[in-house]
Write a protein that binds this ligand. Structure first.
Ligand SMILES: NC(=O)c1ccc[n+]([C@@H]2O[C@H](COP(=O)([O-])OP(=O)(O)OC[C@H]3O[C@@H](n4cnc5c(N)ncnc54)[C@H](OP(=O)(O)O)[C@@H]3O)[C@@H](O)[C@H]2O)c1
Length: 292
C-alpha cells in the first residue's frame, strides 16, 4: 500500500528493528520521522533511510523515553511540524541487568519500555484522531508470557528487588495491556492499536554491555539462530501499512498473524488498573496526559 502523504513516527529507529521499520515505511513513500535519543546516530540513520529508499522526506525528532520532559518536547515538536499523524510505532526498548532510574526517578525498564510510550501516545492522540483512519503499533515481546506474576501492582517500580529479565518481561506485558486498554478507549474513532512481537532478532538488543551474567550469556548463545532486523521489522510494517489490518485493533501479532497472549495480558482488570496507575504516576511526576 502506498504511504504517500502519510506521516509515520518510529521510536528507537536509529538501529535494529526500528531502523528497518523506518526503511520499510519510507520505501512506501511515507513522511518518515525518526524519534531517537541520540541526535548524531539518528541523523546518520536518516541519511541511511534516504540512501536505501530514495525518499528524502525523512526527519529526526529528539526523544529520550527515560525523561518525560523529553517525551513532552518530542510530542510538541511532532504536533508543531506535522498536522497529521497516520502511524505511531512505539518500538524503542531494551533490557538492563541493574536497576536504574529515569529522570523522574521511576524504574528505568518500566519507564523506557512502557511509561514513556504511554505518555507519548496519549500526547499524540489528537493528531492520530485527526488523521483517522490511523494506527498505533506497540512493539512488545513473546517474553510477556514470562511475567508470571503479572504486573505486580504492589511493587510496580521494583523497589523490593529487581531482576532485569523479569522487569523486561513485565514491561512487555505492560505494552500488551496498554494496547488492549487503549483499543477499548479508541473504539469508534478510527484509530487502531496493535501489539507486535518481532521474533528473536539479531540486533543491538542486550548487546551494549547493559546485560551481565546469565542473561548476557543466554543472548550470546541464541544469537546464531536469530533473524535479521529486516525480517524482525516485518510484523511492525504489516500492522503499520497493510490494508488487511486497517480495522483490526487490540490484538497481539506474531509473524504477521494473530498470536497467543498470556493469561495475564488478557486480564481486563489489570489493563484498566495499569492505565489508572500510569496516569497517577505521570500526574505525580508533574506531566499532563495531553498537550495543551
Ligand atoms: N531483538 C529481539 O530479539 C527482540 C525480541 C522481542 C522484542 N524486541 C523488541 O523490539 C524493540 C526494538 O529492539 P531491537 O531488537 O531493535 O533493539 P536495539 O537494536 O537495541 O534498538 C533499540 C532502540 O531503542 C532505543 N532506545 C533505548 N533506550 C531509549 C530511550 N531511553 N529513549 C529513546 N530510545 C531508546 C535505542 O537507542 P540507542 O541506539 O540510542 O541506544 C535503539 O534505537 C524493543 O522494544 C525490544 O523490546 C526485540
Amino acid at each position: 500500500m502506498s504511504m504517500h502523504g502519510k506521516v509515520v513516527v518510529v521510536t528507537g529507529s536509529n538501529v535494529g528493528i526500528g531502523l528497518e521499520t523506518a526503511v520499510g515505511v519510507a520505501a512506501l513513500g511515507a513522511t518518515t520521522v525518526l524519534a531517537c535519543r541520540n541526535q548524531a546516530k539518528a541523523e546518520a540513520a536518516a541519511r541511511e533511510v534516504t540512501q536505501r529508499t530514495w525518499n528524502d522526506d525523512v526527519h529526526v525528532v529528539p526523544l529520550d523515553l527515560a525523561d518525560l520532559a523529553s517525551v513532552h518536547r518530542a510530542a510538541e515538536e511532532i504536533a508543531a511540524r506535522w498536522d497529521r499523524l497516520d502511524v505511531l510505532v512505539n518500538n524503542a526498548g531494551g533490557t538492563w541487568s541493574h536497576r536504574a532510574l529515569t529522570a523522574q526517578g521511576l524504574e528505568y525498564t518500566f519507564g523506557v519500555n512502557y511509561l514513556g510510550h504511554f505518555s507519548l501516545t496519549n500526547l499524540l492522540l489528537d493528531r492520530l484522531r485527526a488523521a483517522a483512519p490511523s494506527r498505533i503499533v506497540n512493539v512488545t515481546s513473546v517474553g510477556h508470557h514470562f511475567a508470571r506474576h503479572g504486573m505486580r501492582f504492589d511493587d510496580l517500580q521494583s523497589e523490593n528487588g529487581y531482576d532485569g529479565m523479569e522487569a523486561y518481561c513485565r514491561s512487555k506485558l505492560a505494552n500488551v495491556l496498554f494496547t488492549r486498554q487503549l483499543a477499548a478507549r479508541l473504539e469508534g474513532t478510527g484509530v487502531t492499536v496493535n501489539a507486535a512481537h518481532p521474533g528473536p532478532v539479531r540486533s543491538g538488543f542486550g548487546m551494549d554491555g547493559d546485560l551481565t551474567g546469565f542473561m548476557a550469556f543466554g543472548l550470546k548463545l541464541v544469537r546464531p539462530f536469530e533473524i535479521s532486523p529486516r525480517r524482525g521489522a516485518k510484523t511492525s510494517l504489516y500492522l503499520a501499512t497493510s490494508p488487511d489490518v486497517g480495522t483490526k485493533t487490540g490484538m497481539y501479532w506474531v509473524r504477521s498473524r494473530p498470536g497467543h497472549m498470556s493469561r495475564n495480558a488478557r486480564d481486563d482488570e489489570a489493563a484498566a488498573r495499569l492505565w489508572d496507575e500510569s496516569e497517577r504516576l505521570l500526574a505525580s511526576a508533574g506531566f499532563a496526559l495531553a498537550l495543551d
